[in-house]
Design a protein around this ligand. Sequence first.
Ligand code: ATP
Ligand code: MG
Length: 436
Amino acid sequence: MSKTLHSLRGMHDALPDQTPAWLALEASLAATARAYGYQQIRMPIVEHTALFKRGIGEVTDIVEKEMYTFEDRNGDSLTLRPEGTASCVRACLEHGLIHNQQRKLWYLGPMFRHERPQKGRYRQFHQFGVEAFGVTGAELDVELMLMAARLWRALGITEVSLQINTLGSAEARAAHRSVLIEYLQSHADRLDDEARSRLTTNPLRILDSKNPEVQAVIAQAPALADFLSEEDRANFAEVQALLTAAGVPFSVNPRLVRGLDYYNRTVFEWVTTALGAQGTICAGGRYDGLVAQLGGKPTPAAGFAMGLERLIELMAAATEAHAEASAPEITADVIVLWPEPAHKPWALIAAEALRLALPEQRVQCVLDGGGLKNQLKRADRSGAQFAVQIDTETAGEPRWSLRALRPALPQPPELALPPAEAAQWLSQHLSPIHPK
Ligand code: ATP
Ligand code: MG
């Protein structure tokens, strides 16, 4: 096939045998967000490039090298969103959603980053994100972590652990930063090019480096923890005490950083060892400085984002352990048969009537009919429990007779029924529990 008929590298279709897992995950995420009082918000997928430069930061991997940026026909610089927080804050400011009030929001959708694709890392991927505005207390930070923990339970994900850290206040980081730069400069010969280029622009990000040589330098670097104010320390102690009270195990990871000034205090990540290198499934924390950075009134805020592809992968790993032999795909609960070509209009109408009467069930009409034998074969393949067969009209009306399509099902009446009674009989005898 020619290259243009392939999906782009790092951008994938979700095929019919995968979409049930996606739907189940999305339903779980929406229900959990709702249970914590979050409201859904939907933002556009494309925004002005300047929003992400200001909202994510010029000296970040995302803005420096991962954005899908292009000029539209007016010559405006636009970008496919690489994450949701900046758009969410923009929407809140634009519509006055966080003016002197608390607000909890969630969103879910595709994000775009031009990275090197590998397992768990794609160019189009999906995030579920939550953002809460107007709350300063540590109880919010911990509630966010509890929400993620509840989700893992709902999704049957077990091999995850929580890492936390504090970034303190802007003053603490400024004091630490100058000492850190001095230290790193004195060891510049042992840093790689990337770390050297970040030395003055964003030295905190060097702490994040995956290069072992650089890590060895970092291990001896002055720790941010030594620069924290009394209040920052008390705040971090409270986060830990609340987590302990709530029974959530965690570990403190002093390397957990965000290299931008509007992040402060709590940062956290949920990580798993079950996915290989791409082990972070949820990253979050406080960003009390972002709303002001984007032109709003200073507003405390915290949130997290989860990568859904990694969750799907983990869910698959969790269910594979006790999966039954894969059941044939079921696409109908009731199927309408019409062995006489003349009954085609009746069959279409009958299927509509059944969909109305049985809103929870999957109703299909055999398409491209053929003879009865052929139609029964298709009915069998659809997985349907019962068929409604449309036969000879009496006085201009179709006759509806019912058939059970599987041996263990209750036997329908042998005589044809009026449509309303047939639908009634089906509503009472269709198995309420069937795979969706
Ligand atoms: P990394 O250091 O792995 O690149 P990040 O700091 O860029 O992560 P965030 O921007 O915090 O990641 O995004 C939150 C979550 O979104 C990540 O923890 C991960 O689960 C998911 N994620 C981020 N980038 C990708 C991607 N390219 N493909 C799939 N999932 C991703
Ligand atoms: Mg990244």
